[in-house]
Design a protein around this ligand. Structure first.
Ligand SMILES: [Zn+2]
Ligand SMILES: [Zn+2]
Length: 240
């Protein structure tokens, strides 16, 4: 953008950091201080669900989050740890309808793609957002995962398709333990009619804003694999 235009826009529509409210220059939604406070997910982490650990992972390692669970996706990987700053960012995005944050959040999410396990997915893959039930989407006005995927696809030059739908409006899962969450989600997702041709023999990167237990992502992965996807990996902005 021409600098003078950006200066005028700053004057008409002042931008503020979404976390600390510092005034920013046009086109930014986070200040460098707050960006620097976000904590990237780094090894060691659980090779299945992406949970971070502060110690070393030895051969005796068992993950408290996914021990005993056999997920259908190959692995899940988040870009940043879930903490006060990153959760507030996602909360503002989702519940305060700050849709302009999507582009920044997509850039932040792409950090996780540096994990070399994504390489084959990036070569011959497709990005698919985790869907919201239409009732919830109508209330929220947009699907946060879809908005992130749209921008991410453009940034990394990869195809994307909104081919999953949520057929049951499962209530918020936070009250349930992980076993109950998995049961509660059985059969909650379906493929849209045009979906099969788009994922046949393709490696799918399933994208969501937050990964908590992995149960939602797992249900989506089951549907994608049943319909011809060759592999599914899960990419999220934060690890809940
Ligand atoms: Zn800030
Ligand atoms: Zn795990």
């Amino acid at each position: 953008m021409i600098p003078i235009v950006a200066r005028i826009l700053d004057f008409i529509y002042p931008a503020y950091c979404q976390i600390c409210s510092t005034q920013l220059s046009y086109g930014k939604s986070l200040c460098n201080v707050c960006l620097g406070k976000l904590v990237p997910v780094e090894a060691p982490l659980c090779s299945q669900c992406g949970e971070c650990f502060d110690g070393d992972i030895d051969s005796q390692f068992t993950c408290n989050n996914c021990q005993g669970l056999d997920f259908s996706f190959n692995f899940a990987r988040a870009a940043y740890r879930g903490d006060k700053s990153s959760r507030q960012l996602i909360h503002d995005f989702k519940y305060s309808r700050q849709i302009h944050l999507a582009e920044n959040l997509a850039t932040l999410t792409s950090l996780a793609l540096e994990d070399s396990r994504f390489l084959p997915f990036l070569k011959n893959g497709i990005l698919v957002p985790v869907p919201l039930h239409w009732l919830r989407q109508r209330k929220r006005r947009f699907n946060q995962s879809e908005e992130i995927v749209k921008h991410l696809a453009r940034q990394i030059d990869m195809p994307w398709a909104n081919i999953l739908k949520r057929t049951r409006n499962t209530e918020t899962q936070t009250r349930y333990n992980r076993k109950k969450r998995l049961q509660n989600l059985k059969g909650a997702f379906q493929l849209r009619r045009n979906g099969k041709a788009l994922i046949s023999n393709k490696m799918v990167i399933l994208v969501d804003d937050v990964l908590t237990t992995g149960s939602t992502a797992n249900e989506c992965a089951v549907v994608l694999l049943e319909n011809g996807a060759s592999k599914v990996a899960v990419l999220t902005l934060i690890r809940g």
